[in-house]
Design a protein around this ligand. Structure first.
Ligand code: GLU
Length: 285
């Protein structure tokens, strides 16, 4: 049987300009696809209407084209696909795996202080579960009254429904999924009817991604994505989490490093090949 074609993607959030760390990530996914004769897709993760701006989105497309990266097919913009995420939430709701959470940050902090301890996960203290026990009638009444709410995944119930899971990272091998380290994650935010975890999982499936390439800062998030795939019955890709590019002092590149945005480097006279080399890739030809 022929090996399935490689389809990778680069999925930046248009909340600022691309920097060298993004260039590394984009080149990593692009090369993985091109070297295998596969496809490289582009997705703009623009679900946050406050932080994402159209001018950043346009700048990202320009920067990538300048760097010499070509992508296949149309760009997928998450803000145009809210109905896909709503459908996935509907499936999880039918399985009784979601509950509305009305808590404010302050409610959560106060509950953690009251309890005197809070288990920590990769994203900080775990949600202490205040709204998990709300009687359904009370939750329904509060929703009907227009009180803002997020939708959280009941993690214990979700793991029980999915059973034990593993996933495969091309750098690290077979990984046992431990989504419980995140607790009851938010799958739909109060201000946006989806979340990073839900949208990325649905989109990787809908775009036919077979190899998810991204930085190792998102390694642990994959536990959640693998769980959501199992619950939603989605195809399971491979992953390759790459190292994070750091500056000479060992610090990760971030949006604050304005001098190392691709736009600034381009304006300072650097060539695409030079920037590819700075991003850790030796240009070929
Ligand atoms: N949008 C995410 C970011 O810019 C990347 C998501 C992913 O590659 O899974 O950090």
């Amino acid at each position: 049987m022929p090996a399935s074609p490689i389809v990778t993607r680069f999925a930046p959030s248009p909340t600022g300009g691309l920097h060298l760390g993004h260039a590394h990530s984009a080149l990593f996914g692009w090369l993985a696809a091109r070297q295998a004769g596969g496809q490289f897709l582009l997705r703009l993760e623009d679900i946050d209407p406050v932080r994402c701006r159209p001018e950043f989105a346009e700048g990202i497309l320009e920067d990538l084209a300048w760097l010499g990266l070509t992508w296949d097919g149309p760009v997928r913009r998450q803000s145009e696909h809210m109905e896909d995420y709503a459908r996935a939430l509907g499936r999880l709701d039918e399985m009784s795996l979601l509950y509305p959470c009305f808590c404010t940050r302050k409610d959560i902090q106060e509950e953690i202080a009251r309890a005197g301890h809070a288990p920590h996960g990769p994203d900080g203290p775990l949600y202490p579960g205040l709204c998990r026990a709300l009687p359904r009638a009370e939750a329904d009444a509060r929703m009907a009254a227009g009180e803002p709410y997020a939708l959280r995944l009941d993690m214990h119930a979700a793991i029980a429904a999915a059973g034990p899971l593993t996933w495969h990272d091309r750098g690290k091998g077979e990984i046992v999924a431990t989504p419980e380290i995140f607790g009851d994650v938010v799958l739909a935010r109060k201000d946006v009817p989806t979340s990073y975890h839900l949208a990325v999982t649905v989109d990787d499936y809908l775009q036919g991604i077979t190899l998810v390439t991204r930085g190792e800062d998102l390694f642990e998030a994959t536990h959640i994505h693998r769980l959501l795939q199992a619950l939603l019955g989605l195809h399971v890709p491979d992953w390759h989490h790459h190292r994070l590019l750091t500056d000479e002092t060992g610090r990760r590149f971030a949006k604050r490093d304005k001098s190392l945005t691709l736009q600034a480097l381009r304006e300072s006279g650097k060539t695409p090949a030079e920037v590819q080399a700075m991003a850790g890739f030796v240009a070929t030809g």
